[in-house]
Structures are given as structure tokens and as C-alpha cells.
Ligand binder design. Sequence first.
Ligand code: BGC
Length: 460
Amino acid sequence: MRAKHLSIFFIFVFGALGGLLFGFDTGIISGASPLIESNFNLNIEQTGFVTSSVLIGSSIGALSIGTLSDRFGRKRLLLFASILFLLGSGLSMTAGGFVSMVVARIILGFAVGSASALTPAYLAELADAPHRGSLGTMFQLMITAGILLAYVSNLGFLHHNLLGIRDWRWMLGSALIPAAILFVGSLILPESPRFLVEKGRVDEARDVLHQLRKKTNEDPDKELADIQKVASLPKGGMKELVTFARPAVWVAIGLMLLQQLVGINSVIYFLPQVFIKGFGFPESNAIWISVGIGVVNFVCTILAYQIMDKFNRRTILLFGSVVMAISIGILSVLNFTLSVQAAAVPTMILIAIYIFGFAVSWGPICWLMLGEIFPLNVRGAGNSIGSAANWIGNFIVSQFFLVLLSMFHNNVGGPFAVFTFFAIVSIFFVIYVVPETRGKTLEAIELEMRQKAALKKSSN
Ligand code: BGC
């Protein structure tokens, strides 16, 4: 099937499907790991490694895929990632012990990391400027849908060894379905028109642009001419990342590290444990706490989808930073001053407000901007760097959160005070470092960056 026959909605939903697997594969393990632990008789370190091995694989996957996508195209590598998703999901479902499980999780991680480095650029390159915010938010919407699905699948399969197959194998194996859909999707999705122009395949790029802009007010021929103009500028190869695109590298690394250091995954991965350990909630409630978080996260991301092209990215980021800093700042103070019983309910409410703050802002915008801020020639490579920074930040938070929690004798106020510090840092980062990208074409963003660098050079 050619791109011509596909609806625009289909293209963006399927283009963003890597996000669903990203969310699913990172979210599923919280429910599955205690079951795997008892089935394989693992010690705590081994269980921890089953969880974190995906993050190691993701960092490697993210780092290695970008330059390949600048060479071979976004679509082909999405197809490659979908094959890895199928392989990793199949292997983790059938793993016979600790080593095979870790290998499977690293392969899955590699796929997740690849998808996170490929998808933002792919979506940004397909979208028209006026709708790029919402269309790029589709990736985060898919991530949050994946997390929610993972929690629901945990809930559905727990203690049900259907057909004699253990519950955790069903949980991990259910990722095969979205992986198969991504595989089929990436066979029929169009290649990015910007990548096609970069490779001199202008006729194909024109076809794709005409198809994508059919129902918009944008003029595909003018857009094509703009892309051609930028693609014909002198190229600096990878060196561009340390010359005129250096500011973009810092913005990407800063956004991505801060997105993790504000602590969102302490909530996404560990909150049930916090409530069990810190507030004495019964274990059986854990899964419901997860489902609650998943729903709030997903619903708030739908809101983000709706507002993304109506307000400046910087305004939304600032709003999110302030909401997060205030909510977890108060949470931290309350947990140091009130009794455990008195702090439990306000903590839950404050965490819901914190998730709202993240989900409407830093959640979607970091991935969205990653796809927007790099010049065409090194967009894949730049996305690799930003995405790897995200996975490394994620790894750090996931490794240290439980340690920090026990250092503070299971008082969540401790780790959340650290996250509050980073939420405050994020306010200054947005004010002083992050550029505005709303409403501008990718080509205008690149030209602006080149001009700024040229001005700086001439004034030195
Ligand atoms: C982050 C993930 C996080 C998710 C939560 C994403 O933007 O990169 O690490 O788990 O948001 O919704």
C-alpha cells in the first residue's frame, strides 16, 4: 500500500505507536517483577537488574540509532525497531531464568530507546507548523496510553495462569500485539519528506507532502521549496553539533535530564511501594494506586494535546515547572511535619496535582522539542543525544529513589525535596535557555539558529 491511500490520522497514530511500546515496556515491570522474583528465586539485586536492564538497553539503543536514521531514513529504522520489539517481547515472555530475562529486557530496551530517538523527529518532520505541537504530543499520548495499558494488563492477568501459562508471562507477552501493529504500520507508513529531500528524492517528497497537507491550509509546494533551500545549505556533517547547532545540543540535554530529575518515574514506577512502605497501605491496593496514576497521567496528556498549539511551549513549560515545584514542595514539608496518618491523603492529592503539572508540560514538550530544535542534517544524531540523556536520567532516578527513600526512613518528603530542587532549577532553565518553537517551520527554526551563530561569530 502506498502512503497515498492512508489517512492523515492513521499516519500520525501509527507513526507514534513506538510511544505505546515505550510506555508499556517500562510500565509493565512494576507489576511483573515481584512475580518473576518469586518464580525464578531472584535476590533483590537481581530483581532490580531485571527492572533497570531495560533502561541500560534504552540508553544504548537511543545513542546508536540516530546517525543510522540520518543515513537510512526514519521509516526503515522504525521497522527495525518494531522487529526488536517483537523479538524482545517474545523472549521476555518465554525467558527461562535470570540471564535470559536480562538479555530479553536489554533487547526490549534497545527497541524502546530506538523508538524514543526516532519518533519525535519523524513526527516533527511529517507535521505542518500550525499543528506540530499537537501532532508531536501524540508520542507522549501514546507513552501514557502504554503505561496505562500495562497497569491494566497487570490487573487483568495477576493470579490468572491462563492455559497453564504463568500470569507474568501473559503480562510481558501482551506487548507482542502493539509490536506487531507497529511492524505492519512501519511497512506502510510514508518516509519523512524532509529526509527524502535531504537524500535528493524530491519527487517522492512532493508526493508525501501533497498527501499530508490535503486537509490543511498549508501549501505543500512552498513547503517543499523551503525544505530544498535548507537542504542545499553548506553541510558541516557531525561537526554541526559542536558549531552552530551546539545550543540545540545543550537545550536537548538540559530538557531531557530535567524531565527525569523532577522525579516523575519515582511516581510511575514506585508509587505503590511508597504507599505500602511509607503509609502502611495493604499490598492488595498497590495495583489500584497504579491504575489511578495511569488514568490521571493519560487524561492530563489529552488536555496537553488540546492546548499544545494554543500557547507558547515556554509558557506551558514554565506553568508545569511551577505547578510541580509547589505541589511536591508542599508534599515534602507536610511529610516532615505531619504524622504518617495525617500526611497520607494530602500526599495523594498533591501527587495527582504534580502528575497534572508534568503531563501537560514537561512530559510532552521535551519529546516534541527534541524533534524540532535540530538542523535537518544532524536531526537524527541530535535526537540520539537528547534521548540518551533522558534514559540516563531515568536510570539515575530509578536507581537512587529507593535508596533515598530508605535513607529518610521511608519518608517520601526526603526524595521529593530533592525533586523540588530540580523543579525549581527547571524554571530557570526555561527562562534562560529554552527557545520558542511554536508556529515556526522546522526550516525557520534552523535558519534562525544559523543566523544567531553567524552573528555571534562576527561579533567575536
Ligand atoms: C518520560 C517517561 C515517563 C513518562 C510518564 C515521558 O515523557 O520520558 O520517562 O515515564 O513520560 O508519562
